[in-house]
Write a protein that binds this ligand. Structure first.
Ligand code: NAP
Length: 502
């Protein structure tokens, strides 16, 4: 609770009560006058409340001296009542704060101590030692909230938690890399997860990477997650915007599966695979830029992955990670339906891009009879992709664009140029800006966010029929569902599946 007044915090609590088990009152966020009135907050809140006065060095707003901070804590605990519901249920004390009188007062009236450590810059190397040394008595809860600057940092925290099994603790990897540590608290052996009423304009995220409370409750069904919950997810980098958690979590909820699907932003595939093992992850969707890089990590693969050279689906089997590719079928199903055709025979097609997605597209175009030109910014990659199929290739330059004259029944844009969340500077990127549409081309862009890329807008303005990547996304996700669960996709749920963002 990070509003400026107690009254506003109570209003917010009321609004989100059904999602809330425990409230953390961040006294440091209150206006100075309000800080003097905190004692009655637990009674007013009507649920267990954590009393926290976070210093600026730990990412909070409290800038006064330690004396003033300790007096405020004492004020919060003063006049303790026999009815514990009227007292703060927890007191957050940093590991370097030594005020035994405060701790004794808390313990006497049943206020549990959360012994906390924050590192807002990075993840310490000696976390198991830190966790063990922090707890001063058996009834304390250890809280470690450290910034993850990489996937390895999250792995360090996860492993430290496992080394200290049996302790009551709260472990949080702050920031974008650690987002799933806030969802998979059970798997991290973490007692609480902290979230925020972030859609309220006057509340702040209490720490980087915090998730909105309704999202945690509704999208990820946080309260239902146990050690028995099957864990799936999507990995990529930077993975700032993905619709897959909405898709899979809605389906899991509708069919009553004990399963959750989370984002795994990763800057290292090696570390991500280690994390997946530690968390018992059963299936991973792979997106930009890892569809090719993931292949050496597979224990075995479908024939298609071998030929395509790109994998977007990892499924854990008794023999290890199986790699498959659902983009290929998702792509051809979508485009053929759009064109009302059953194959691409006699079609001359330009594919822009030669990354992981383009590999699937070119494979399907070949399988279904098209003649193809591959153009890519990095020319040797275009040649590497086109040559095994005996297709034409070129760069995204004047010569390459000239070649398009003979390959323009269908034009397929497969690069990440113009995709939201990749790079805010390239949203207006049009990878084939030199090409003039004549208006007769059928044009597909694999990007689905935004719905209309600069490239697709230009094609549409010239009179072309245009299709974005959304339908392909849904189709490949349905195949992925079958791969993960071994079941047919429940088509009757499709109209109820939402594609929000995480
Ligand atoms: P990738 O393996 O990282 O490949 C990226 C490709 O984009 C490369 O060919 C790269 O060229 C090119 N590229 C990147 N920025 C560019 C720019 N500014 N100008 C020109 N070319 C640029 O990524 P991917 O996995 O193939 O994914 C590519 C796109 O397809 C993403 O937007 C992804 O969301 C989308 N996609 C959609 C679906 C769907 O279901 N709709 C499925 C799969 C992929 P260089 O080789 O020169 O670097």
């Amino acid at each position: 609770m990070t509003a400026k007044t107690l009254g506003r915090n109570l209003e917010i609590l009321e609004k989100y009560r059904k999602y809330t088990d425990i409230a953390e009152l961040r006294v440091d966020c209150l206006d100075p006058d309000e800080r003097l009135l905190i004692r009655r907050f637990p009674e007013q809140a009507g649920i267990p409340v954590i009393l926290t006065i976070r210093r600026d060095i730990d990412g909070g707003l409290f800038v006064g001296g330690e004396g003033a901070r300790i007096s405020l804590m004492a004020r919060g605990l003063a006049y303790a009542e026999a009815d514990r519901r009227r007292n703060f249920a927890y007191l957050d004390i940093e590991e370097d704060l030594n005020v035994s009188s405060l701790e004794e007062a808390a313990r006497t009236f049943g206020t549990r101590i959360i012994r906390s450590y924050h590192n807002i810059k990075g993840t310490d190397a000696d976390l198991p030692v830190k966790i063990r040394s922090m707890r001063r008595s058996g009834d304390e809860i250890v809280k470690v909230a450290v910034m993850a600057n990489s996937t390895r940092d999250v792995l360090e925290l996860l492993c430290a938690g496992k080394e200290c099994e049996g302790y009551e603790k709260i472990l949080i990897s702050m920031g974008h890399f650690g987002i799933y540590s806030r969802i998979l608290s059970e798997q991290f052996d973490s007692l609480f997860s902290y979230c925020g009423a972030l859609s309220e304009s006057d509340t702040l995220p209490a720490a980087p990477g915090q998730i909105e409370i309704r999202e945690l409750a509704n999208l990820y069904r946080f309260r239902n997650i146990t050690r028995a919950t099957k864990v799936y997810g999507v990995t990529g980098y930077p993975l700032k915007a993905t619709s897959s958690p909405s898709f899979f979590n809605t389906v899991f909820e509708l069919e009553g599966s004990n399963a959750v699907y989370v984002p795994f932003p990763a800057d290292s595939i090696t570390d991500l695979i280690d994390i997946a093992k530690e968390l018992n992850v059963e299936g991973i969707s792979v997106t930009v830029p890892y569809k090719e890089a993931i292949i050496p990590f597979l224990d075995f693969q479908s024939d298609e992955v071998g030929v395509i050279g790109a994998c977007n689906t990892l499924t854990l089997t008794p023999q290890g990670w199986l790699g498959t590719n659902t983009d290929a079928k998702g792509f051809s199903d979508s485009l053929l339906k759009f064109l009302n055709k059953s194959n691409f025979k006699r079609q001359r097609v330009t594919v822009i891009g030669a990354g992981g997605a383009a590999r699937s597209v070119v494979f399907e175009l070949h399988r279904l009879g098209a003649k193809v030109l591959v153009l890519n910014r990095t020319v040797h990659k275009a040649r590497r992709l086109a040559a095994p199929y005996k297709f034409a290739w070129g760069g995204l330059d004047e010569q390459g664009i000239e070649k398009m004259e003979k390959y323009r029944d269908i034009i397929i844009q497969t690069t990440s140029a113009g995709m939201e969340g990749i790079n805010p500077d390239n949203l207006s990127d049009d990878p084939a800006a030199m090409y003039n549409f004549c208006g007769q081309e059928e044009v597909m862009d694999l990007v689905y966010k935004p719905k209309m890329t600069a490239f697709l807008k230009r094609a549409s303005n010239a009179g072309c029929n245009v299709l974005n990547g959304f339908d392909m996304l849904i189709r490949q996700a349905r195949y992925q569902y079958t791969q993960f669960t071994g079941k047919e996709f429940p088509e009757h749920f499709l109209s109820r599946v939402q594609f929000g963002e995480f």
